[in-house]
Write a protein that binds this ligand. Structure first.
Ligand SMILES: Cc1cc2nc3c(=O)[nH]c(=O)nc-3n(C[C@H](O)[C@H](O)[C@H](O)COP(=O)(O)OP(=O)(O)OC[C@H]3O[C@@H](n4cnc5c(N)ncnc54)[C@H](O)[C@@H]3O)c2cc1C
Length: 311
Protein backbone atom coordinates (compact mmCIF):
# COMPACT_ATOMS: atom_id res chain seq x y z
CA UNK A 1 0.00 0.00 0.00
CA UNK A 2 2.84 2.40 0.85
CA UNK A 3 4.43 1.69 -2.52
CA UNK A 4 1.15 2.14 -4.40
CA UNK A 5 0.44 5.45 -2.68
CA UNK A 6 3.94 6.75 -3.36
CA UNK A 7 3.52 5.92 -7.05
CA UNK A 8 0.12 7.58 -7.17
CA UNK A 9 1.62 10.72 -5.64
CA UNK A 10 4.45 10.61 -8.18
CA UNK A 11 1.97 10.27 -11.05
CA UNK A 12 0.07 13.28 -9.72
CA UNK A 13 3.28 15.35 -9.63
CA UNK A 14 3.40 15.55 -5.83
CA UNK A 15 6.81 15.95 -4.22
CA UNK A 16 7.04 13.98 -0.96
CA UNK A 17 9.40 14.95 1.88
CA UNK A 18 9.89 12.24 4.52
CA UNK A 19 11.58 12.42 7.93
CA UNK A 20 10.49 15.99 8.39
CA UNK A 21 8.66 17.48 11.37
CA UNK A 22 6.48 20.56 11.38
CA UNK A 23 7.84 23.11 13.80
CA UNK A 24 6.22 26.56 13.41
CA UNK A 25 3.53 28.20 11.33
CA UNK A 26 4.55 31.20 9.22
CA UNK A 27 1.80 33.77 9.66
CA UNK A 28 0.84 37.28 8.74
CA UNK A 29 -1.86 38.15 11.27
CA UNK A 30 -4.66 35.65 10.71
CA UNK A 31 -3.25 34.42 7.42
CA UNK A 32 -1.05 31.32 7.27
CA UNK A 33 1.72 31.77 4.69
CA UNK A 34 3.78 28.62 5.18
CA UNK A 35 5.49 26.33 7.65
CA UNK A 36 8.88 25.98 9.31
CA UNK A 37 10.03 22.35 9.42
CA UNK A 38 12.97 20.45 10.84
CA UNK A 39 14.84 17.55 9.27
CA UNK A 40 18.36 16.40 8.49
CA UNK A 41 19.04 19.76 6.84
CA UNK A 42 18.23 21.58 10.06
CA UNK A 43 15.45 24.16 10.10
CA UNK A 44 13.84 25.27 6.87
CA UNK A 45 10.82 27.36 5.88
CA UNK A 46 8.37 26.69 3.05
CA UNK A 47 6.08 29.47 1.96
CA UNK A 48 2.74 28.58 0.41
CA UNK A 49 -0.54 29.96 -0.80
CA UNK A 50 -2.41 27.40 1.30
CA UNK A 51 -1.52 24.86 3.99
CA UNK A 52 -3.55 21.68 4.59
CA UNK A 53 -2.98 20.62 8.18
CA UNK A 54 -3.33 16.81 8.25
CA UNK A 55 -1.31 16.27 11.44
CA UNK A 56 -4.27 14.65 13.23
CA UNK A 57 -3.56 16.99 16.13
CA UNK A 58 -4.11 20.26 14.26
CA UNK A 59 -0.51 21.27 15.04
CA UNK A 60 -0.18 23.90 12.31
CA UNK A 61 -3.57 25.48 12.97
CA UNK A 62 -2.95 25.63 16.72
CA UNK A 63 0.49 27.17 16.29
CA UNK A 64 -0.98 29.74 13.92
CA UNK A 65 -3.32 30.77 16.73
CA UNK A 66 -6.56 29.09 15.57
CA UNK A 67 -8.89 28.35 18.49
CA UNK A 68 -9.54 24.72 19.39
CA UNK A 69 -11.26 22.44 21.90
CA UNK A 70 -9.78 19.45 23.66
CA UNK A 71 -11.44 16.80 25.82
CA UNK A 72 -14.64 17.51 27.74
CA UNK A 73 -14.79 21.28 28.27
CA UNK A 74 -11.01 21.39 28.30
CA UNK A 75 -10.58 18.36 30.58
CA UNK A 76 -8.09 16.28 28.59
CA UNK A 77 -8.47 13.30 30.94
CA UNK A 78 -11.83 12.66 29.25
CA UNK A 79 -10.17 12.24 25.83
CA UNK A 80 -10.58 8.76 24.38
CA UNK A 81 -7.99 6.24 25.51
CA UNK A 82 -4.68 5.84 23.67
CA UNK A 83 -3.57 2.44 22.36
CA UNK A 84 -0.26 0.85 21.47
CA UNK A 85 -1.09 -1.93 19.02
CA UNK A 86 1.04 -5.08 18.88
CA UNK A 87 1.73 -7.76 16.34
CA UNK A 88 1.66 -11.45 17.24
CA UNK A 89 2.40 -14.61 15.30
CA UNK A 90 1.45 -18.27 15.49
CA UNK A 91 -2.25 -17.57 15.94
CA UNK A 92 -4.18 -20.84 16.35
CA UNK A 93 -5.70 -21.87 13.02
CA UNK A 94 -9.25 -21.74 14.43
CA UNK A 95 -8.86 -17.99 15.11
CA UNK A 96 -7.37 -17.04 11.75
CA UNK A 97 -10.47 -15.01 10.90
CA UNK A 98 -10.19 -12.91 14.07
CA UNK A 99 -11.47 -13.09 17.61
CA UNK A 100 -13.09 -10.90 20.22
CA UNK A 101 -10.49 -11.87 22.75
CA UNK A 102 -12.01 -10.41 25.93
CA UNK A 103 -13.17 -13.66 27.52
CA UNK A 104 -9.81 -15.30 27.08
CA UNK A 105 -7.78 -12.29 28.15
CA UNK A 106 -10.02 -11.58 31.11
CA UNK A 107 -9.77 -15.18 32.31
CA UNK A 108 -5.97 -14.96 32.01
CA UNK A 109 -5.90 -11.64 33.90
CA UNK A 110 -8.05 -13.14 36.64
CA UNK A 111 -5.73 -16.12 36.96
CA UNK A 112 -2.83 -13.67 37.27
CA UNK A 113 -4.78 -11.74 39.93
CA UNK A 114 -4.75 -8.54 37.83
CA UNK A 115 -7.40 -6.18 36.54
CA UNK A 116 -7.90 -5.97 32.79
CA UNK A 117 -7.44 -2.43 31.36
CA UNK A 118 -9.90 -2.77 28.44
CA UNK A 119 -13.01 -4.87 27.95
CA UNK A 120 -13.42 -4.94 24.15
CA UNK A 121 -10.06 -6.23 22.85
CA UNK A 122 -9.89 -7.67 19.38
CA UNK A 123 -7.45 -9.91 17.58
CA UNK A 124 -7.36 -8.67 13.99
CA UNK A 125 -5.91 -11.20 11.55
CA UNK A 126 -3.45 -10.31 8.81
CA UNK A 127 -5.10 -12.20 5.91
CA UNK A 128 -3.42 -15.38 4.65
CA UNK A 129 -0.81 -15.41 7.41
CA UNK A 130 -0.60 -16.68 10.97
CA UNK A 131 -0.05 -13.08 12.13
CA UNK A 132 -2.50 -10.73 13.75
CA UNK A 133 -2.55 -7.38 15.52
CA UNK A 134 -4.10 -7.06 18.93
CA UNK A 135 -6.07 -3.95 19.74
CA UNK A 136 -5.97 -4.11 23.52
CA UNK A 137 -3.75 -1.71 25.47
CA UNK A 138 -5.70 1.28 26.77
CA UNK A 139 -4.00 4.24 28.42
CA UNK A 140 -6.25 6.70 30.20
CA UNK A 141 -5.77 10.21 31.62
CA UNK A 142 -2.73 11.14 29.53
CA UNK A 143 -2.62 14.59 27.93
CA UNK A 144 -2.43 14.16 24.12
CA UNK A 145 -0.79 17.59 23.88
CA UNK A 146 2.01 16.95 26.38
CA UNK A 147 5.19 15.35 25.04
CA UNK A 148 6.14 13.80 28.39
CA UNK A 149 2.64 12.32 28.81
CA UNK A 150 2.81 10.85 25.30
CA UNK A 151 6.12 9.24 26.21
CA UNK A 152 4.73 7.84 29.46
CA UNK A 153 1.72 6.47 27.57
CA UNK A 154 4.01 4.53 25.21
CA UNK A 155 5.91 3.10 28.16
CA UNK A 156 2.69 2.09 29.94
CA UNK A 157 1.35 0.64 26.68
CA UNK A 158 4.44 -1.50 26.25
CA UNK A 159 4.05 -2.78 29.84
CA UNK A 160 0.36 -3.55 29.24
CA UNK A 161 1.07 -5.54 26.11
CA UNK A 162 3.91 -7.49 27.72
CA UNK A 163 1.55 -8.33 30.62
CA UNK A 164 -1.25 -9.39 28.26
CA UNK A 165 1.10 -11.55 26.22
CA UNK A 166 2.59 -13.14 29.34
CA UNK A 167 -0.79 -13.94 30.97
CA UNK A 168 -2.30 -15.24 27.74
CA UNK A 169 0.57 -17.59 26.91
CA UNK A 170 0.82 -18.73 30.52
CA UNK A 171 -2.84 -19.31 31.34
CA UNK A 172 -4.59 -20.08 28.04
CA UNK A 173 -3.71 -23.44 26.55
CA UNK A 174 -4.84 -22.42 23.07
CA UNK A 175 -2.39 -19.49 23.02
CA UNK A 176 0.65 -21.19 24.54
CA UNK A 177 2.59 -21.00 21.26
CA UNK A 178 1.68 -17.38 20.48
CA UNK A 179 4.69 -15.26 19.50
CA UNK A 180 5.15 -11.59 20.27
CA UNK A 181 6.58 -10.04 17.11
CA UNK A 182 6.63 -6.29 17.79
CA UNK A 183 4.90 -3.33 19.37
CA UNK A 184 3.70 -0.49 17.13
CA UNK A 185 6.29 2.17 16.37
CA UNK A 186 3.72 4.92 16.88
CA UNK A 187 1.32 5.43 19.78
CA UNK A 188 -2.31 5.50 18.65
CA UNK A 189 -4.00 8.70 19.84
CA UNK A 190 -7.74 8.69 19.22
CA UNK A 191 -8.59 12.19 20.33
CA UNK A 192 -6.79 15.51 20.73
CA UNK A 193 -7.43 18.98 19.30
CA UNK A 194 -10.70 19.79 17.56
CA UNK A 195 -10.10 23.06 15.69
CA UNK A 196 -12.94 25.59 15.86
CA UNK A 197 -14.14 25.88 12.29
CA UNK A 198 -16.75 27.84 10.38
CA UNK A 199 -19.18 24.98 11.07
CA UNK A 200 -19.00 22.63 14.05
CA UNK A 201 -20.27 19.10 13.40
CA UNK A 202 -22.73 18.05 16.08
CA UNK A 203 -24.39 14.88 17.28
CA UNK A 204 -27.65 15.93 15.57
CA UNK A 205 -25.92 16.02 12.18
CA UNK A 206 -25.05 12.36 12.69
CA UNK A 207 -28.46 11.34 13.99
CA UNK A 208 -30.34 13.23 11.24
CA UNK A 209 -28.03 12.26 8.39
CA UNK A 210 -27.41 15.88 7.39
CA UNK A 211 -26.54 16.42 3.72
CA UNK A 212 -24.41 19.56 3.30
CA UNK A 213 -24.11 21.39 0.01
CA UNK A 214 -20.35 21.80 0.51
CA UNK A 215 -19.82 18.14 1.50
CA UNK A 216 -16.25 16.79 1.42
CA UNK A 217 -16.92 13.36 2.95
CA UNK A 218 -19.79 10.92 3.34
CA UNK A 219 -19.70 9.01 6.61
CA UNK A 220 -21.37 5.70 7.37
CA UNK A 221 -19.30 4.66 10.38
CA UNK A 222 -21.14 4.68 13.71
CA UNK A 223 -19.82 6.66 16.67
CA UNK A 224 -17.34 4.84 18.87
CA UNK A 225 -15.86 6.40 22.02
CA UNK A 226 -13.25 4.48 23.99
CA UNK A 227 -14.19 5.68 27.45
CA UNK A 228 -12.36 5.33 30.75
CA UNK A 229 -15.58 5.25 32.81
CA UNK A 230 -16.42 1.70 31.66
CA UNK A 231 -12.99 0.67 30.30
CA UNK A 232 -14.87 -0.13 27.15
CA UNK A 233 -16.59 1.60 24.25
CA UNK A 234 -19.64 3.88 24.11
CA UNK A 235 -21.18 3.40 20.67
CA UNK A 236 -24.26 4.75 18.96
CA UNK A 237 -25.75 4.43 15.50
CA UNK A 238 -25.65 7.26 13.00
CA UNK A 239 -27.61 7.85 9.81
CA UNK A 240 -25.18 8.23 6.87
CA UNK A 241 -24.25 11.94 6.81
CA UNK A 242 -21.81 14.31 5.19
CA UNK A 243 -19.05 16.59 6.49
CA UNK A 244 -19.02 20.14 5.11
CA UNK A 245 -15.95 21.97 3.86
CA UNK A 246 -16.74 24.68 6.42
CA UNK A 247 -15.74 22.28 9.21
CA UNK A 248 -12.29 22.14 7.66
CA UNK A 249 -11.83 25.93 7.64
CA UNK A 250 -10.54 27.37 10.93
CA UNK A 251 -12.82 30.22 11.92
CA UNK A 252 -11.44 33.63 11.00
CA UNK A 253 -8.29 32.31 9.31
CA UNK A 254 -7.05 32.32 5.73
CA UNK A 255 -4.35 30.28 4.02
CA UNK A 256 -5.10 27.12 6.00
CA UNK A 257 -7.56 24.26 6.18
CA UNK A 258 -7.43 21.19 8.38
CA UNK A 259 -8.43 17.64 7.37
CA UNK A 260 -8.77 14.48 9.42
CA UNK A 261 -9.81 13.91 13.00
CA UNK A 262 -8.87 17.48 14.04
CA UNK A 263 -11.67 19.20 12.06
CA UNK A 264 -14.39 21.17 13.80
CA UNK A 265 -16.83 18.97 15.72
CA UNK A 266 -18.02 17.93 19.12
CA UNK A 267 -16.50 14.89 20.81
CA UNK A 268 -19.50 12.71 19.87
CA UNK A 269 -19.39 13.79 16.22
CA UNK A 270 -15.62 13.22 16.06
CA UNK A 271 -16.12 9.72 17.43
CA UNK A 272 -17.71 8.82 14.08
CA UNK A 273 -15.91 10.79 11.36
CA UNK A 274 -12.45 10.17 12.93
CA UNK A 275 -11.87 6.79 11.24
CA UNK A 276 -9.45 6.43 8.35
CA UNK A 277 -11.77 6.20 5.31
CA UNK A 278 -13.47 9.44 6.30
CA UNK A 279 -10.18 11.22 6.99
CA UNK A 280 -8.89 10.08 3.57
CA UNK A 281 -11.93 11.55 1.82
CA UNK A 282 -11.50 14.83 3.67
CA UNK A 283 -7.81 15.01 2.78
CA UNK A 284 -8.41 14.20 -0.86
CA UNK A 285 -11.22 16.70 -1.29
CA UNK A 286 -9.40 19.37 0.72
CA UNK A 287 -6.44 18.94 -1.66
CA UNK A 288 -8.76 19.18 -4.64
CA UNK A 289 -10.47 22.31 -3.28
CA UNK A 290 -7.16 23.98 -2.58
CA UNK A 291 -5.78 23.25 -6.03
CA UNK A 292 -8.97 24.74 -7.55
CA UNK A 293 -8.73 27.78 -5.28
CA UNK A 294 -5.13 28.41 -6.28
CA UNK A 295 -5.61 27.70 -9.99
CA UNK A 296 -8.62 30.01 -10.27
CA UNK A 297 -7.47 32.53 -7.65
CA UNK A 298 -10.69 31.97 -5.71
CA UNK A 299 -11.34 32.10 -1.97
CA UNK A 300 -11.46 28.49 -0.68
CA UNK A 301 -14.92 29.23 0.74
CA UNK A 302 -16.25 29.86 -2.78
CA UNK A 303 -14.83 26.77 -4.49
CA UNK A 304 -17.59 24.40 -5.61
CA UNK A 305 -16.65 20.92 -4.42
CA UNK A 306 -18.91 19.02 -6.85
CA UNK A 307 -17.02 15.77 -6.42
CA UNK A 308 -18.56 12.36 -6.22
CA UNK A 309 -18.13 11.21 -2.64
CA UNK A 310 -16.60 7.78 -2.51
CA UNK A 311 -18.72 6.04 0.13
C1 LIG B 1 -5.50 2.25 18.20
C2 LIG B 1 -6.36 2.80 17.10
C3 LIG B 1 -7.09 1.94 16.32
C4 LIG B 1 -7.85 2.42 15.28
N1 LIG B 1 -8.53 1.54 14.49
C5 LIG B 1 -9.14 2.00 13.39
C6 LIG B 1 -9.74 1.09 12.49
O1 LIG B 1 -9.75 -0.12 12.71
N2 LIG B 1 -10.32 1.59 11.37
C7 LIG B 1 -10.30 2.93 11.09
O2 LIG B 1 -10.79 3.32 10.04
N3 LIG B 1 -9.79 3.81 11.94
C8 LIG B 1 -9.20 3.38 13.09
N4 LIG B 1 -8.64 4.27 13.96
C9 LIG B 1 -8.81 5.70 13.74
C10 LIG B 1 -7.91 6.27 12.67
O3 LIG B 1 -6.72 5.53 12.57
C11 LIG B 1 -7.54 7.73 12.96
O4 LIG B 1 -8.60 8.44 13.55
C12 LIG B 1 -7.16 8.39 11.65
O5 LIG B 1 -5.97 7.78 11.17
C13 LIG B 1 -6.94 9.87 11.81
O6 LIG B 1 -6.47 10.35 10.57
P1 LIG B 1 -5.71 11.72 10.47
O7 LIG B 1 -5.31 11.85 9.05
O8 LIG B 1 -6.51 12.80 11.10
O9 LIG B 1 -4.41 11.55 11.41
P2 LIG B 1 -3.25 10.47 11.32
O10 LIG B 1 -3.67 9.25 10.60
O11 LIG B 1 -2.74 10.35 12.73
O12 LIG B 1 -2.16 11.17 10.42
C14 LIG B 1 -1.43 12.28 10.87
C15 LIG B 1 -0.07 12.25 10.21
O13 LIG B 1 0.60 13.48 10.48
C16 LIG B 1 1.91 13.22 10.94
N5 LIG B 1 2.29 14.29 11.85
C17 LIG B 1 1.71 14.60 13.03
N6 LIG B 1 2.32 15.65 13.58
C18 LIG B 1 3.31 16.00 12.74
C19 LIG B 1 4.30 17.02 12.75
N7 LIG B 1 4.40 17.89 13.77
N8 LIG B 1 5.17 17.09 11.71
C20 LIG B 1 5.08 16.21 10.68
N9 LIG B 1 4.15 15.24 10.60
C21 LIG B 1 3.29 15.14 11.61
C22 LIG B 1 1.83 11.87 11.63
O14 LIG B 1 3.09 11.26 11.65
C23 LIG B 1 0.82 11.13 10.76
O15 LIG B 1 1.45 10.51 9.68
C24 LIG B 1 -7.88 3.82 15.03
C25 LIG B 1 -7.16 4.70 15.83
C26 LIG B 1 -6.40 4.19 16.87
C27 LIG B 1 -5.61 5.17 17.71
Amino acid sequence: MKHILENKMKEAGVRILYNTTFSKAVTDGKKVCGVVVENIEGRKAFTSKMVVDCTGDGCVAADAGCAFEVGEDGDYTECQAMTLMFLVGNIPEKYKDGLMIYEKLNAAYQKAGKEIPFKVPYLIPVPNTHFGVIQFTHMYNYNPLDAMDLTDAVIEGRQQLIDAFEYLTKYDDEFKELELITSASVLGVRESRRINGEYTMELNDLLNGTEFEDAVARVTFNADLHTKSNKGQRCFYVKPYTVPMRSLIPEGYDGIIVAGRCISGTREAMASYRVSGNCCQMGENAGYAISEAIKTDTDIRKVKINRKLTL
